[in-house]
Design a protein around this ligand. Sequence first.
Ligand code: NDP
Length: 509
Amino acid sequence: MNPTATAASDAATAVIEVENPATGAIAGTVPEQGVADVAPLVERARAIQPAWWGLGFDGRAEVMRRAQRWTLDNADRIVDTIVAETGKTRDDAQLAELGYAGAAFGFWAKNAAKYLRDRKVRVSSPMLIGKKALVRYRPRGVVGVIGPWNYPLVNSFGDCIPALMAGNAVILKPSEVTPLTSVLMAECMAESGAPDGVFQVLTGRGDAGAELIDHVDFVMFTGSTATGRKVAERAAKTLTPVGLELGGKDPMIVLADADVEKAANAATYYSMQNGGQTCISVERVYVEEPIYDEFVGRVAEKVAKLRQGRPGDAGSVDVGAVTFPRQAEIVAAHVEDARAKGAEIPVGGHLRPGPGRFFEPTVLTGVDHTMDCMREETFGPTLPIMKVGDAEEAIALANDSEYGLQASVWTGDVARGEQLASRIESGVANVNEHLVSYVALELPMGGWKESGLGTRHGAEGIRKYCRQQSSVVSRFGPKREIFMYPYSKRTARLIRGFLKLLYGRGPKE
Ligand code: NDP
């Protein structure tokens, strides 16, 4: 496999070699595009964007439906590419990545017009009686999408779909660690009838991503909080609006009345799925004292049984590789920090010797908030479990974090669970569920605190890719409104009377 970005400049001679993290072999190469390549790509995008918008929602939806079909017709190629550049299991690639893309093409093709059609608004001002008020949504122009390495299809290409359906041209800058899937999706869009230049891939490093910010009309960034800050700073220079989907440290709270087996299965799966490299993985668990020992015992048993290794056929392994070399160092450092501060590690705890980069599925107990594994994003196959006295302590600890992406409460009392979930400071807070809420494309998903700005999915997930235009339309009316020139004492008195009638009848002191 040696795919080439359709957007590659002919002048680009340098290449980026993409490593297969499960084997250490080279999975493919892409042209290394740099700062100088950005302006020509954006120019091309700007030239074609009006024609793409001119196709209308139905015309764009047709392209998306063909792309949806293409994605499933080419499922093996897509899954092979994702597995090769991330080292994740085939099962993770199929369910989370292919499954998401398949659904998202159809969802936005169907719902974009509903969310973006001109929206009539009832206004309350008496000055506008008899007039029509509405909001129009118009594409911003060229959208830059900058994506991370953990989900090359979901979190890089996934955000391009609503941006395109809104009528924008899109330039996608995937992570230099995993650019191959994005290149494949450029092929998908071209073969599905997207006009040349409407969707382009910029295969470069961080500096190319930074340059892109200066040229586009909106930036959708998914990645770490540290880089998200840099993106916001850069965008401030041109006052370019940004959407930021950043890191997380998702807490799971397990109350004494929870179904322990169900909660243990969920904790195991949602912490280890995708090798723990999911922004909304379970990163820390708080368990009420009466069921703590039983919960830890069950989780440890389940995690110890997980099969890890080089991804083969579907069903051959449960946990794949660590995609990004630096991430393996962070995971190891968090485990060592916890060990040094007194944590116990009943399962796992080590980076396995190569070939490939595999960190053992790991359970940590006896942890507390002095440890990095409870405060910093670990982003690996680790599960720290902490005992708490009651739900109040669990909520306080869950909120003791700079992050606020997602959380879950597990309990037999759903009403109490909902009440507790509503007190957690995060963009998503589920009851007896964890990350499956991501597939509810109707629900806004986004972070509070340092986990982000804005949301993806739902109405706001596509309206953000538009400029809003408000409009008041008058069909009939007098030749001169009463408040217009010439001003007079009589009119002023009349207006005062009206104001008093309308707004001056509140409760007396
Ligand atoms: P990074 O922040 O390191 O990189 C994200 C993207 O930004 C990459 O394409 C990177 O390019 C690019 N980039 C680097 N520097 C700049 C810059 N100065 N200006 C513009 N772009 C730049 O994130 P990771 O790839 O390490 O992804 C993991 C992170 O993503 C985790 O924190 C995770 O929680 C978060 N994430 C959040 C999600 C959410 O929905 N909230 C979903 C998925 C992941 P290059 O790689 O080439 O350097």
